[in-house]
Ligand binder design. Structure first.
Ligand SMILES: [Fe+2]
Length: 566
């Protein structure tokens, strides 16, 4: 329906908000360590809000629909002006990529959308955003405008606030007379916090099947945030189940942008983003398989060009399309606080500082070997020394615990076992600070594991699998949303071998797809594995398959007896 209203210009200057810095901005003076949460935190966001406006009409607009008249009944519960537009509306699919939110602080959250202008060479577009306590948007707490253009692939990102800690919010965007779907988000809690619930997921390969797990993740209630520990996209070309754009391996910035765009048209992925704030870091496939600081197994310079240029293209598209607080190029490690209950350190074990894997020329015995890089490792050690939450979560990519390799699969070759000197330094930080209740979150391997983090799990004098004596932490490994892994009997036998050879593995499933829901309280952390029955057909079932609990102070996971079978 066309609009016949004037574009609301008079308040534009009052509510002007600047976009997050472009991904290539090399001014990192605004970097944040993620530990500060009050106003004036040093993030690179420039969104500004004000309550100086006057309410000029009813809130309008429904999910994805053109907004209605706003010529002023004045019956809304807040004093902000409404979005207005006159003239022909933009394309119907202007907000085809949905909405997302992420990186919650107690007083702000990142809101994301993307506009799809009719013409590829379209000029900059002004986008209105608003965030409210209620789904009807009668109690908005902030509004603003932000400009986007082809320079950032028409993606939109704002830091919305000030917010009240631990509170549910609703948000949406308007542009060219069109409204976006409504998203739900939540500010992080502050101070005394009874309970924190975090989702954990990884590895979503669009070509390999349907995102049923994202559809189910969207339905989970009361998550404070979803931690996505990487392989959000895959770089490969066409796969066996769903067609893909581009159809070939992605290498250039245009390729990476097109791949994110194609993913974000998936309704299940959109639903997951619209339901929860995400805290995301990348793994290897956001660049290319088994990548490290200066190269990758799946990068051939002679045919695919300079690695650093490809890495920058991959980062630029990631920063544009993911609802993350942007820092310097490639810098994705950052921290979050969920009141006095949980401190989260999101780590990049792939690109920032990783030395080459053994099969790419690295030396696992090198005492100075890095998987995080010296600066990220120092930042982590500092956070471990001064942790604020009772529970400390390390969100990262590859398996952290020692694991005797029971498989000939190459995907087990790049874990912390190959970077033991770096792992020993993390052990030392945990010991030096007499830390307990550290929980490592892991992805990458398309399998579900729960492990006691026992530095010497095979020595009965140094680890007791019955009570966890000798364990420093626990580790929760997420299954794939949709990718590879082992299936059927092979998965079962591999899993059984793994449990036999690795007494610190308390739960495993080598094949199923899904996600993990974790809950942290004063006396325990509980993790649940929720699996879909399959990803290659549109039909599926969904069920709780496994759960483990660690009591505070024990660093020891105990498996719950849950009947399995979908
Ligand atoms: Fe993966």
């Amino acid at each position: 329906m066309p609009f016949n209203r004037r574009f609301f210009l008079k308040a534009l200057s009052l509510f002007a908000a600047t976009p997050l810095v472009a991904a290539c901005d090399d001014d990192d003076s605004g970097e944040t360590d993620g530990t500060e949460t009050g106003p004036g935190t040093d993030t690179d966001t420039g969104a500004t809000t004000t309550d100086a406006g006057t309410d000029t009409g009813t809130d309008t607009g429904t999910d994805g629909a053109t907004t209605g008249e706003t010529t002023g009944t004045g019956d809304t519960g807040d004093t902000f002006p409404d979005y207005e537009w006159s003239g022909e509306p933009g394309p119907e699919g202007l907000f085809a990529h949905g909405v997302a939110s992420g990186d919650p602080y107690p007083d702000s959250v990142i809101l994301w959308t993307r506009v799809s202008p009719a013409a590829p060479g379209a000029a900059a577009i002004s986008v209105w955003w608003e965030i409210a306590r209620d789904e009807a948007f009668e109690s908005r707490v902030a509004v603003g405008t932000v400009e986007t253009s082809a320079d950032r692939d028409f993606t939109v990102k704002v830091e919305a606030g000030p917010l009240t800690p631990g509170t549910r919010y609703f948000y949406r965007f308007f542009a060219q007379g069109r409204g976006s779907p409504v998203g739900k988000t939540r500010s992080a809690p502050a101070g005394a916090t009874e309970k924190v619930r975090l989702g954990l997921c990884s590895c979503s390969n669009y070509a390999a099947g349907y995102f049923h797990a994202y559809a189910e993740l969207a339905k989970v209630e009361d998550l404070d945030a979803v931690l996505h520990v990487g392989d959000y996209i895959y770089e490969y070309g066409e796969g066996e189940v769903r067609t893909l754009e581009p159809a070939t391996e992605i290498v250039t910035l245009a390729d990476y942008r097109q791949r994110y765009s194609y993913y974000r048209l998936d309704k299940d992925l959109q639903a997951a983003h619209a339901a929860h704030p995400f805290i995301a870091v990348w793994d290897d496939h956001e660049t290319t398989n088994n990548s490290w600081r200066d190269g990758a197994q799946n990068h051939q310079p002679e045919s695919e060009g300079d690695w650093q240029a490809r890495k920058l293209a991959a980062y630029t598209a990631y920063a544009e399309w993911m609802p993350i607080r942007e820092q310097a190029p490639f810098k994705l490690w950052r921290g979050f606080e969920f009141g006095d209950r949980v401190s989260v350190s999101m780590l990049d074990t792939r690109i920032w500082g990783r030395d080459a894997e053994k099969n790419q020329g690295g030396d696992p015995a090198d005492p100075n070997r890095q998987i995080l890089g010296a600066d990220q490792e120092a930042w982590l050690v500092d956070r471990l020394a001064a942790t604020k939450g009772q529970w400390t979560v390390m969100g990262q990519q590859v398996p952290f615990s020692p694991l005797e390799d029971t498989s000939d699969k190459g995907w087990e070759s790049d874990k912390w076992d190959e970077y033991d000197p770096a792992r020993q330094r993390v052990y030392k930080a945990i010991r030096d600070n007499k830390l307990s209740d550290v929980v490592v979150f892991t992805g990458d391997v398309h399998a579900s594991w729960a492990l006691d983090v026992a530095p010497e799990p095979y020595d009965t004098a140094k680890y007791n699998p019955e009570n966890g004596e000798g364990s420093l932490a626990v580790e929760i490994v997420a299954p794939a949303i949709c990718q590879g892994g082992l299936d059927g009997l092979i998965a079962q036998s591999t899993g059984e071998q793994r449990v036999k050879k690795n007494p610190h593995v308390q739960y495993q499933n080598a094949g199923a797809k899904g996600f993990v829901v974790t809950e942290f309280t004063a006396d325990r952390m509980r993790a649940e594995w929720w699996f879909v029955s399959g990803v290659v057909k549109p039909e599926y079932t969904f069920k709780l398959w496994g759960a483990v609990t660690t009591l505070a102070g024990t660093n020891h996971l105990v498996r719950e007896d849950i009947p399995v079978g979908l």
